[in-house]
Design a protein around this ligand. Structure first.
Ligand code: C2O
Ligand code: CU
Ligand code: CU
Length: 502
């Protein structure tokens, strides 16, 4: 690691520290747990299908500080619904833009053609309605949707343009697993947010923020500041976790016992994996099980950071804040309520049949290098092409900042490819649209068992990662797919490229 990122990280932390002191007065320090809010469920898996209206709107939302913040939401003031859908359905949407600014709505994780993907080319102007027919052809999985406007993804998503889509299929509906929404099957949107001295949502860009991504001091669960609490049945409880932070890696563990992971971004693992903790980058999803048969109480704990970068980060944080935010925080306390209907069955030992991930299957390979601190040339290009960090940054991939007019890669439909992603500095979560992939290696070693299944996010940490990916849906040059860093400020800054599939 070079010296300059360290210095800026320290400066940034000094700023955050000041914000935190102010917050103590606003009531976020040592808060009592709030009841866990649930995102409203729209269940299309078991009901007859109809056109679904998603209204992107402005609103006011109380994150738990007592103060109202100006937010964005989907069919509500902040965040969106959980859509439960079934493989085989085609979903007709009316996505209306009630904001004062252009936006888009991208279906992150869905295997759908480029022209309904909702990327930066499918802009919805204020007052307009976008009407994609979204075909669900993939296996059961937890996906999400969020704003993906060129140069504005970070701020629009941060203010609340994000929701969840749970795809179910015959296997998931018949699996011996907890599946009663809001009872023993809880969807948790985890985010870090920043609040000003009045307890209002804060977001600002600066050179440091472009470099690190925007990091908030407050952990927010389904739109309220943690800790949260919820009564659950005396049985197994399934937690579907989404890290919808702009830039924060979150390490998740339980206060008691290990984490049983059953699914990653793209669906079930081959078998449950038991680990002490899992790390979710921005954009990642994991489903875990908590055994509440014998214990009356357990807590989901979240530690900021992840990996090597986090080590440094936490070290500085500890020194500056006297350890305030370095340790695990309670995101959600589960308390056992024997009166609730419980799933007490035996967990399956096999969950899915995963084909072997063999690089020999690939017809070709490609290499991507994520660029940071690319110097003035890259910075000027980035600014010219509508990326927001302009002169401050100089980010790109393979020496090119995102350009809406340039197709960076062309992939043949139905081909399997090996993609190698390189990043000399820091930790970047890399995402590819329109597919699920398998992680082959991260810096020369296989991924942790819980990340060995279907994924659409891969960590690239001061080195390289390799994925095996097959493209089964078309994306024409008017509606290409994106690949990018999912630190949203990096993405908006130009660390993104476009590809066609034909
Ligand atoms: Cu979650 Cu291209 O995005
Ligand atoms: Cu995506
Ligand atoms: Cu990045």
């Amino acid at each position: 690691m070079t010296t300059s990122p360290n210095i800026s990280r320290r400066q940034f932390l000094a700023g955050t520290g000041a914000g935190c002191m102010a917050l103590a007065g606003a009531g976020f320090a040592q808060p009592a747990p709030q009841p866990l809010p649930l995102l409203p469920l729209t269940d299309l898996a078991t009901q007859p299908q109809e056109r679904l209206h998603l209204a992107l709107q402005e609103g006011q939302h109380n994150f738990g500080s007592g103060a109202l913040s100006r937010t964005f939401g989907i069919n509500q003031n902040h965040l969106g619904p959980v859509l439960r859908v079934r493989k085989g359905q085609t979903l007709p949407f009316d996505v209306s833009n009630g904001l004062d600014e252009v936006t888009t709505l991208h279906w992150h994780g869905l295997h759908i053609p480029g022209d309904v993907d909702g990327g930066p080319h499918q802009e919805v102007a204020p007052g307009q309605v976008w009407q994609p027919d979204v075909p669900i052809t993939q296996r059961a999985s937890m996906n999400w949707f969020h704003a993906h406007t060129h140069g504005r993804t970070a701020q629009q998503t941060y203010r609340g343009l994000a929701g969840v889509m749970l795809v179910e299929d015959d296997d998931s509906l018949s699996a011996d697993l907890p599946k009663t929404y809001g009872v023993d099957d809880l969807t948790l949107v985890l985010q870090d947010k920043s609040f000003d001295a009045n307890g209002q949502l804060h977001y600002a860009l600066s050179e440091e923020v472009f470099e690190e991504g925007f990091l908030g001091e407050t952990l927010v669960v389904n739109g309220v500041a943690g800790p949260t609490a919820r009564a659950v049945p005396q049985g197994w409880v399934r937690l579907r976790l989404l890290n919808a932070s702009n830039a924060r890696f979150l390490t998740v563990s339980l206060a008691t016992g290990s984490v049983i992971v059953i699914a990653s971004d793209g669906g079930f693992l081959a078998a449950p994996v038991e680990v002490a903790e899992i790390t979710l980058s921005p954009g990642e999803r994991y489903e875990i099980l908590v055994d509440m048969r014998l214990q009356t109480r357990n807590s989901l704990q979240v530690t900021y950071g992840g990996g090597e970068a986090a080590g440094l980060f936490e070290g500085l944080w500890t020194r500056l804040l006297g350890g305030a935010a370095a340790g695990p925080q309670t995101a959600l306390t589960l308390t056992q309520d024997p009166d609730l209907p419980a799933f007490t069955g035996t967990l399956p030992t096999r969950l899915a049949v995963l084909p072997p991930a063999e690089p020999e299957l690939a017809q070709r390979s490609r290499s991507f290098t994520l660029n940071m601190g690319g110097g003035e040339d890259l910075a000027v290009l980035a600014a010219n092409w509508g990326n927001i960090c302009g002169e401050a940054g100089g980010m790109g991939i393979n020496g090119q900042p995102m350009n809406m007019e340039t197709i960076n890669e062309q992939v043949r439909l139905s081909d399997t490819e090996v993609w190698r992603i390189n990043a000399d500095e820091d930790l970047h979560p890399f995402h590819v649209h329109g597919c699920s992939f398998r992680i082959l290696q991260q810096n020369g070693t296989p991924p942790p068992a819980y990340a060995a299944g279907w994924k659409d996010m891969v960590h690239v940490e001061g080195g390289w990662s390799e994925i095996l990916v097959k493209f089964d849906h078309p994306a024409p040059k008017e509606a290409p797919y994106m690949y990018h860093c999912h630190i949203l400020e990096h993405e908006d800054c130009g660390m993104m490229g476009q590809f066609t599939v034909a």
